[in-house]
Design a protein around this ligand. Structure first.
Ligand SMILES: [Zn+2]
Length: 47
């Protein structure tokens, strides 16, 4: 199952507190809290 945060699909990895950026070619690991706050991805700069 793939949960969605604010309409953006995310992939949950080992720890539920982290998600991988879902943008193609990025996949940066970021804290779930950061993603849920719609902060720009540190890997690709997109929200
Ligand atoms: Zn990214």
């Amino acid at each position: 199952m793939v949960p969605a945060i604010d309409g953006y699909p995310v992939i949950v990895v080992s720890l539920a507190d982290f998600v991988c950026c879902s943008y193609k070619g990025c996949g940066a690991l970021r804290p779930l809290t950061e993603a849920s706050e719609n902060r720009p991805c540190p890997g690709c700069g997109r929200v």
